[in-house]
Design a protein around this ligand. Structure first.
Ligand SMILES: Cc1cc2nc3c(=O)[nH]c(=O)nc-3n(C[C@H](O)[C@H](O)[C@H](O)COP(=O)(O)OP(=O)(O)OC[C@H]3O[C@@H](n4cnc5c(N)ncnc54)[C@H](O)[C@@H]3O)c2cc1C
Length: 411
């Protein structure tokens, strides 16, 4: 395949880079390692500043992709090699099979009949997933796939005949696609920090200690089922909840940097609770609230809620309080007092770790000590270059396209 631009990573930054380059007439190949586009944003219940479902913003972009023949999207796709220089790159891309062909009409008969369940990484293990499924509520491409962990299960064969358009192909194989591109942009985004490393906060030990990304999924699943968020251990409703800021962030033993969006993410999440539980007591523990620019108003509005109590103090411990409850312990840095608050569940605001920390860019790159990609090597955008929100990721992607256009100039 020949193209002007190869974009690696199909989150909001990669999607923006792809549509913006294509809309000025460039051919683009966008590769994404999952079987769907949208990255972390599709996992959110709502997103600030508008507090709307992420699908409202993504759907517009998916339409722009669908309508633009200049964009080719490869999902389940990861580059294994990229060589060359500006103007002349070559890449080998491994494309994993999804075992469902384009004949799929999305009828859902296969999922209804499917008895095989697999671990559900998309929902952080909160639920089990059908082995054949749509990736999410608004997937791109809008087509089922089979989880590779279950493809050899003997029960899978029965589904082949159930599918009315015969779209299931269990013999589909991985293939390598060779690509020639004039420029490459890396938009590989981030992973949540592993909360089980946070000694004392008891994530993974106490079931009612969850992370901020889990809380996004818990809320989305509940609302989709026309239900309320409940605590994981026993389905109890929430009358008292704590949000623990900087869980591992700004901490030399974990992530020394600030992930920039966690304060706003937690303030947003306090509103998820307030929408569902008008009388719930909400406690937020901050080192300090980082809500720069236009976000300050949002912070002020949350402060106006008399049942949302903001504590200035870094949480040192989350202890078992019996009956599924947990006690959050923090030193209030304004009063010097040790505060102990027992709640039904605690949400840890864990930060963002660049995916490029573990999967290094295949092209010459400059990365800081945390794995974020710095200018001067491969062109990159979005959270791959540093923590930022969706608006910042989009601006970064636009700038990256302007830089990539220079690689496409014929001399
Ligand atoms: C709890 C929480 C709540 C948040 N809420 C909001 C909010 O309300 N509003 C807001 O503006 N921001 C919010 N954010 C921030 C938002 O999630 C990021 O700004 C956004 O995800 C950045 O998009 P991205 O494309 O850079 O990265 P990502 O969303 O991480 O997308 C990167 C994509 O690249 C793919 N990829 C990675 N490596 C490879 C590879 N080697 N090959 C192929 N593909 C690869 C990944 O699978 C992924 O699809 C929140 C963050 C957190 C932690």
């Amino acid at each position: 395949m020949k193209t002007d631009l190869l974009v690696v990573g199909g989150g909001i930054a990669g999607i923006t880079a792809a549509v913006e380059a294509a809309e000025v007439g460039k051919d683009v190949i966008l590769i994404e390692r999952e079987h769907y586009l949208g990255g972390r944003v599709v996992q959110l219940h709502r997103y600030f500043p508008k507090i709307c479902p992420p699908t409202c913003g993504l759907e517009i972009n998916f339409r722009r992709i669908r309508q633009n023949p200049k964009i080719t999207v490869l999902t389940g796709a990861e580059a294994t090699k990229i060589d060359g220089k500006p103007g002349a790159y070559t890449a080998d891309v491994n494309v994993e099979p999804r075992y469902v062909t384009e004949a799929c009409t999305n009828c859902g008969d296969c999922a209804e009949a499917c008895e095989i369940e697999v671990d559900d990484n998309y929902n952080f293990g909160l639920t089990k997933a059908k082995a054949i499924r749509l990736a999410n509520d608004n997937p791109y491409p809008n087509r089922y796939f089979i989880d590779s962990a279950a493809v050899n299960d003997p029960k899978m064969k029965a589904l082949v005949d159930i599918c009315p358009p015969k779209a299931i192909d269990l013999d589909m194989k991985a293939e390598t696609v060779s690509i020639e591109a004039k420029s490459v942009i890396y938009t590989t985004g981030w992973e949540p920090y592993d909360a089980s490393k946070l000694e004392g906060l008891n994530y993974g030990v106490l079931p009612n200690v969850v992370t901020n990304m889990m809380f996004e999924r818990m809320t989305a699943i509940a609302v989709n089922n026309e239900a309320k968020v409940v605590r994981p251990s026993d389905g109890a409703s929430v009358s008292k909840i704590a949000f623990v800021q900087c869980a591992g962030s700004r901490d030399r033993s974990h992530l020394p940097y600030c992930s920039a969006i966690c304060c706003m993410a937690s303030l947003k999440q306090t509103r998820y609770i307030r929408d569902q539980y008008p009388d719930a007591e909400i406690h937020v523990f901050f080192i300090d609230a980082r809500t720069p620019g236009r976000w300050e108003d949002f912070y002020q509005n949350v402060q106006d809620d008399t049942k949302t109590i903001i504590h200035r103090g870094k949480v040192a411990k989350v202890d078992d309080a019996g009956d599924g409850n947990v006690t959050v312990i923090a030193e209030n840095t304004l009063t010097g007092n040790l505060e102990k608050i027992t709640v039904e569940m605690a949400v840890l605001a864990t930060g963002m770790v660049p995916s490029a920390k573990t999967t290094k860019p295949l092209l010459d790159s400059k990365q800081d000590e945390f794995g974020f990609i710095w200018p001067g090597g491969v062109i990159a955008a979005g959270v791959a270059t540093g923590p930022k929100d969706v608006a910042g990721s989009n601006q970064d992607a636009t700038a990256a396209v302007a830089r990539a256009m220079q690689d496409m100039v014929e001399v």
